[in-house]
Design a protein around this ligand. Structure first.
Ligand code: EPU
Length: 439
């Protein structure tokens, strides 16, 4: 089993380039199911989750290749024959559920394993299913699978293409009010609605920049989506989408991770391919804490410099975009652990996202959990220890803790980290960190 071994105490300095966004690339790959012809995606991160999505799409019959050195994916879904996504793949990666909307739209039915919970929470998909129902499908849950099928047929109004020939039943546009701005539900419904008849409106939609990226990709393929970036997304159904060439946006969570690395132990870190506006309230919150951040928007660059003043404790509350992102919650916790005084983090999105706390406490942090609040008392130093990554972002947080801890930190279960960060150890080493991956 691979682990990261980190010797703490090095100051970081230099430039780092942010990779393509995991949570955009995966959805755009799934969306390519809807398009005829070939789609070429650029800036796709070489991470394990992308490899799993390649596997999912090739299992259902897509012709797909991924060049990890050029970060390019080539997909042709013209010959997909099945509408089933098996448990072996869905259990490996929850985001596999995002093929459900496109498959339902394309075949009029889909059978997909229920993903179940994970280490950060129970992760329901009821809102996805309600959305499918509103678009005219009926859902049946049986033997751990969801079987969703379009009930009545609404025939397509004009010519047929190789994909639209496959349409047995079409979804029908509807107005859908989401109880919570779920990202996955917004994405699945938006994809399903692109080829439905008539207009779909998703109210209380998620507004994360990755959703805008997916909508922009779909529009480039010929979809008619408006209201992008607002909480009311409107989709006018079209007859056909055609594959296109598209560049995936930069990863905002990776950007945030390097910003915190800079705040913890950076002299000056220049973060390239980083978009300030995609960070929501995150950068403002860090400025309030006293982190020295410079936005060079025109160059897509964010600079973090060592702060000349003492950093201040903070109250953080996670919320959907543009609120403070839950994915950066474990990561900012490491910074707050080192700031004198008391900080409080309230986690509002996932009920189980404090799994990293016991590991940080083993490294000398002082964090107490009270329900969905973490009360953090700043300490003078962390000390290196063997620790376990319970999920992707928890793992990244432990890496950052290791960078500033006394002595050596060994991080186990790093397969979680490799799911979502491209060349994490190499990028940190280039900035001056002493981190190695040991197999
Ligand atoms: N929820 C429901 N019902 C649903 C859908 C969601 O109750 O039908 C609840 C969830 O249980 C959760 C909350 O709503 O409590 C948020 O879920 P959402 O659907 O917004 O999240 P997701 O699409 O499952 C994505 C990211 C996560 C990120 C969350 C929140 C992907 C592949 N995953 O998950 O990313 O934390 O949004 O921003 O896009 C990660 O990258 O490490 C990661 C976990």
């Amino acid at each position: 089993m691979a682990k990261f071994v980190i010797k703490g105490g090095n100051q970081l300095n230099g430039k780092v380039k942010i990779s393509g966004a995991k949570n955009s690339a995966l959805k755009i790959m799934a969306a390519s199911i809807l398009a005829t012809g070939t789609t070429i995606l650029k800036n796709v991160p070489a991470i394990d989750d992308v490899i799993t999505m390649v596997e999912v799409l090739s299992t259902i019959g897509a012709d797909i290749s991924f060049n990890s050195s050029t970060n390019e994916v080539k997909i042709n879904c013209d010959n997909i024959k099945t509408f089933e996504a098996p448990y072996e793949l869905v259990r490996k990666m929850r985001a596999s559920i995002l093929v459900a909307g496109p498959l339902l739209s394309r075949f009029g039915e889909v059978k997909i394993a229920i993903p179940g919970g994970c280490n950060i929470g129970s992760r329901q998909i009821d809102l996805h299913l309600k959305g499918f129902e509103m678009l005219g499908a009926q859902n049946k849950l049986e033997h751990g699978y969801i079987y969703s099928k379009v009930l009545s047929s609404a025939s397509s109004s004009s010519g047929h293409t190789s994909i639209s020939k496959n349409f047995k039943r079409k979804l029908k546009g509807a107005e859908i009010n989401l109880e919570f701005p779920s990202r996955g539900a917004t994405e699945n419904i938006m994809m399903a609605a692109c080829l439905a008849t008539g207009k779909t409106i998703i109210n209380n939609a998620a507004k994360e920049p990755e959703i805008n990226d997916l909508a922009n990709f779909l529009n480039k393929c010929g979809a008619k989506i408006t209201g992008i970036g607002t909480d009311s997304i409107v989709i006018e159904g079209v007859e056909e989408l055609k594959g296109c060439e598209y560049t995936v946006m930069p990863d905002s969570i990776e950007t945030g991770t390097f910003i915190i690395a800079g705040a913890l132990c950076g002299k000056k870190i220049e973060i390239n391919n980083a978009i300030w506006d995609n960070m929501g309230i995150f950068c403002q919150k860090l400025k309030d804490i006293g982190v020295n951040l410079i936005n060079k928007d025109a160059d897509k660059t964010i600079i973090v410099k060592k702060s000349k003043t003492l950093l201040k404790p903070a109250y953080i509350s996670t919320l959907p975009f543009p609120g403070f992102p839950t994915d950066l919650q474990p990561i900012i916790a490491v910074l707050l652990c080192t700031i004198p005084g008391i900080s409080v983090i309230t986690e509002n999105v996932f009920e189980n996202r404090f799994m990293y706390v016991d590991e940080l406490n083993r490294m000398g942090a002082n964090i107490r959990i009270d329900g969905h609040h973490a009360v953090i008392t700043g300490v003078n130093k962390l000390s290196g220890a063997p620790v376990n990554a319970s999920d992707l972002r928890a793992g990244a947080a432990l890496v950052l803790a290791g960078l500033i801890a006394d002595g050596t930190t060994e991080i186990y279960d790093i397969h979680h980290i490799l799911r979502g960060y491209e060349n994490f150890d190499k990028k940190l080493r280039n900035l001056g960190a002493d981190i190695v991956k040991v197999n």
